[in-house]
Write a protein that binds this ligand. Structure first.
Ligand SMILES: [Zn+2]
Length: 434
């Protein structure tokens, strides 16, 4: 009798265990302009399936051996795409069935993420709002005689599930990068002949391919990724500017940073399968000669930005442009730079990063560096190219007639443009070419 009772008890216990293998502990919502990411924190690698029901629109999630470890009524849904999260009658008693009521027609991509960083196992649903599908951008080519705006893509690092580095006061890198990116966009949009495209506009994660794809779709002339460093040693400080290196980082700090910034993909929730595939694609793209050209101008833009930043930051972490293999800089055809604005892990610099005044100074310095570069080397067809003032600095042996011939202008025009009273020029004199 006792033995039988024990056997029954054991059976129940093991049954109970089997049913409650995957506990759903919490849920987060990250709304982007055209999709919402829903993340369930679960106690173990989930086995699950999803299905879509229409009229009304619903997403059904069946988790094998799932159980609820949270009160669904307490869940705050911070997405206008999602109406409600509830449970429903499961197909069998081994399954937990959850239902998301969706406010628009939608599509879904779902995957599980293994524990990484501060996160345990996660079940991720990317719900695409089909009503907000971005239509293909209409990019008008400027008419003859008209110039086009320079397009500057500004990428605020991290976002959503991926906070980036976290400061001693708890400041998230993703928040300061967005604040600085928005200020930079304002400055760019206030400049005639330049237009900003914010790659990320709110608190959500975008994978690296989407970030660069958006820049390419908008035909960006430059891609600027904004970040703030984090290091295990709180004393580390200063700003740095980076460009892509095909070989990977030169310095130990660079390697550490490269690893950390690239880990963002795992933290933010990218399919690791897709990621490795992406790297293969990138490897192929790297062979493209245009890549080398883009890296070349990236270096010049980066030095121009670094040259301006040194006036507004307490210290440069590195006095020269650094190179590392950041995923987000792997644009095959667009010059790309990555600005590490400061060390958020350093208490003093964390405070600076939170200061609106300092955020503005950083944005102004980046803007100035970019503006100066394009003034010097404006892409063809841009307003910068049309407004470019050609100057010639007189060196030994130069004559006024010689300069006029070089630039194919008349001596008279050259004389009047520079208000010259004689044809004698001296070494070092700067002539504006009409
Ligand atoms: Zn970062």
């Amino acid at each position: 009798m006792t033995r039988l009772l024990l056997a029954i008890t054991l059976m129940c216990a093991s049954l109970g265990q089997a049913v409650a293998n995957v506990a759903v502990k919490s849920v987060r919502f990250w709304q982007a302009p055209d999709n919402t990411r829903v993340v369930f924190d679960v106690s173990d690698a989930p086995e699950f399936s999803t299905s879509i029901l229409n009229n009304p629109e619903r997403l059904v999630i069946d988790i094998k051996k799932g159980k609820l470890d949270l009160k669904l009524d307490d869940v705050a849904i911070s997405s206008t795409l999602i109406g409600k999260l509830r449970d429903s009658t499961p197909p069998d008693n081994q399954t937990l069935r959850l239902v998301l009521e969706i406010n628009n027609r939608f599509d879904v991509k779902s995957f599980a993420l293994k524990p990484y960083g501060q996160y345990g196992d996660r079940l991720v649903l990317d719900i695409k709002d089909l009503a907000k599908q971005e239509t293909a951008p209409v990019i008008e080519s400027p008419k003859a005689g008209q110039s086009r705006d320079l397009i500057i893509a500004i990428d605020a690092g991290h976002g959503g599930e991926d906070p980036g580095a976290v400061g001693p006061k708890g400041t998230h890198e993703k928040d300061v990068t967005l604040a600085i990116a928005k200020r930079l966009a304002d400055k760019i949009n206030a400049q005639k002949g330049m237009k900003a495209v914010l790659i990320r506009t709110g608190d959500y994660y975008l994978d690296h391919r989407k970030r660069t794809a958006k820049a390419r779709e908008k035909r960006a002339d430059l891609f600027i990724s904004i970040h703030a460093d984090g290091f295990k040693d709180k004393r580390a400080n200063g700003s740095s500017v980076w460009v892509l290196s095909q070989r990977g980082a030169q310095s130990e700090m660079g390697r550490w940073l490269e690893e950390r910034e690239n880990a963002s993909a795992l933290l933010g929730g990218e399919d690791s399968l897709n990621l490795s595939k992406y790297d293969n694609d990138v490897a192929k793209v790297l062979l493209d000669l245009s890549m080398y050209n883009a890296v070349g101008s990236s270096l010049d833009i980066a030095s121009s930005v670094l040259g301006e930043m040194k006036h507004v930051v307490p210290r440069l972490h590195k006095p020269t442009v650094q190179q590392a293999g950041f995923l987000v800089l792997k644009n095959p055809d667009i010059p790309a730079i990555l600005v590490e604005t400061a060390f958020i892990s350093n208490p003093k610099e964390e405070s600076l990063l939170l200061s609106k005044n300092h955020q503005d100074k950083l944005a102004a310095a980046i803007f100035k560096g970019v503006h100066k570069y394009f003034e010097q080397r404006p892409p063809e067809g841009s307003m910068y190219a049309m407004n470019k003032v050609n100057r010639h600095v007189i060196s030994r042996g130069d004559t006024l007639i010689g300069v006029a011939q070089t630039y194919q202008v008349s001596v008279n025009d050259l004389r009047s443009k520079n208000a010259l009273t004689s044809d004698v020029v001296r070494i070092g004199q700067v002539l504006v070419i009409p």
